[in-house]
Design a protein around this ligand. Sequence first.
Ligand code: COA
Ligand code: AMP
Length: 645
Amino acid sequence: MHANSRYREVYQDWQQNPQAFWAKQADNLHWFKQPDKIFDESQGVYGRWFVGGETNTCYNCLDRHVADGKGAQPALIYDSAMTGEKRVYTYDEVLTEVQAIAAVLQNLGVEKGDRVVIYMPMVAEATFSMLACARLGAIHSVVFGGFAAHELATRLDDSQAKIVISASCGLEPGRVVPYKPLLDQAVDMARVKPQACIILQRDQHHAVLRYEHGDMDFAQAVEAEKVKGTQVPCVPVLATDPLYVLYTSGTTGQPKGVIRDNGGHMVALLWSMRNFFGVKPGETFWAASDIGWVVGHSYIVYGPLIAGNASVIFEGKPIGTPDAGTYWRVVQDHDVKVMFTAPTAFRAIRREDGDGEHIERYDTSGLRALFLAGERADTETIKWAERMLKVPVIDHWWQTETGWPVAGNPVGLGLMPVKYGSPTLPMPGYDLQVVDDAGYPVPANTLGNIVLKLPLPPGCLVSFWNADDRFRTSCLEEFPGYYKTADAGLVDEDGYVFVMARTDDIINCAGHRLSTGAMEEVCAMHPDVAECAVIGVADALKGQIPCGFLVLKAKVDRDEKLIAKEIVELVRNEIGPVAAFKNVMVVTRLPKTRSGKILRGTMQKIADGLPWKMPATIDDPTILDEISEILQKHGYCEPQKALAG
Ligand code: COA
Ligand code: AMP
């Protein structure tokens, strides 16, 4: 045991009595009615937490702190490196903004259980809107700004959203991204039309509002309620009622709507803020992510506010806005104590500022720890960040589905010894095991499927929106009694977890989770494409980038380059620029097994220059030579020789 860490003791405490462990954490929150049962295994897909309890997440984020006399403390710190705007909102001020938006929504008939889609850039109003939904017991579904109209339409239809809250534009380096045309297109495409779209006009670009379609001006509507001083009390909801639905990439083009509840979510986030991230109430916490991702939900909005922290909402990039020193300026200006971002952001900074000259320009002495997640963190980048920042740099592993860290090194409990390459140890709540494909536990240090024993702890997904069966079949059926993480890895002799790769068609590109299956579906829409495969190939900056292999229809005699360009455009228009789909190769055939399965895994190994074995079931081995050749031509890997066996 590490002398100064309480980790083992706390983990054992949880193991001995999980319900008592979580019940104790729940005491730190406000309940309109205490739960009847801490865990009820007869409810939901695998059981439900805090059954019968009534609470409200917005109350716990805002009203509770105001009632405790902390209304004048900073709650949200808005900092845009794109516009230069900075503004600190106190808990009192956030409450005013949130009540006004809640009033606008209420006037539009939004009630408990209704869905509201939020499609916004990184502006403070996005966060206020999420909290306003929570206040009313309405269920928000935030859609990342880098997704295009089709993805938005899919989410509108699946969630059957009553209202959309959006903005006139997002700001990317060197370009303004008008959101309204994308939203209009999505609404036109959607089978289920929202009743109204509330649009925040930004100075950089004004959207044309379609009043006849129910468009409204965000600022005008909110201001009217502020002038009236409308008070909107928090609507008590069941702990088990959904707080939000967040769509995440699955293996097909149909995204999965991860449902997060109210009670368990708050309990888990509060535990993690104090014990894992080690932030004290009143301190500034910064998750440099986007509210469109789970990190934004958990650690820009809900976690810090539930724990009484100030949270930074940052609009900008780690580099180029204006330079690789932006993050350090934010740390200095807002006295950030604990920071969280994706490894790719640090790779980008390191590439531009390897000697840390920008870091020296700022006072980052207040920073105590840096947390990295979202993709595998390479050791070189971690060591570089440790050298530059002189604070612990902590790799931790989790996913949209879990909502909070599964494995990590808990600063709040005291750091455990670091093993580079490992996100350290499982957190209380998670009984993490590694099993073979038949579901049998594998010995220490053996690669296998990482699974989590049911029940999942508070805060994890309860199901997929309107799709319990999909949740069962994709996550629970393969390893009965366990949740399948779809990550492969190992646990060593000390219990340290090593996460190596996904076992499905999900890739992580610049910390963004993308489905290659969804990209294949789009490529296949092109009239000249007979079949295709999209794989993730290693990329020094983004971790992985998608790469498409196209087989054209026999009679196609158009220029291949033109077709490739059209397909890149198609993916950008259908999924969005965030797909970063720019590499396309036309091939004559794809390598397959005798039963017709495309050998994507082998193609990926070849592209990455990794050792690979000739699959025993391959139909025609010569096709792999053709793939190697074309990859080489496009500047990828040196093709590896097939290993014997
Ligand atoms: N709205 C509109 N477009 C967006 C967008 C948004 N919110 N976010 C990204 N895009 C666009 C980008 O402008 C880019 O467009 P382009 O093809 O015209 O250049 C495209 O989507 C791909 O974006 P990205 O993969 O992010 O690449 P990038 O070159 O713009 O930036 C990094 C590279 C590493 C600087 C950036 O990816 C980054 O900061 N990553 C950290 C990610 C992160 O925090 N993830 C959250 C998990 S913790
Ligand atoms: P997301 O749902 O977008 O958070 O992506 C979750 C996936 O990202 C996980 O299933 C992993 O494949 C990957 N991931 C996240 N954090 C890490 C990490 N620290 N190490 C390795 N992979 C990670």
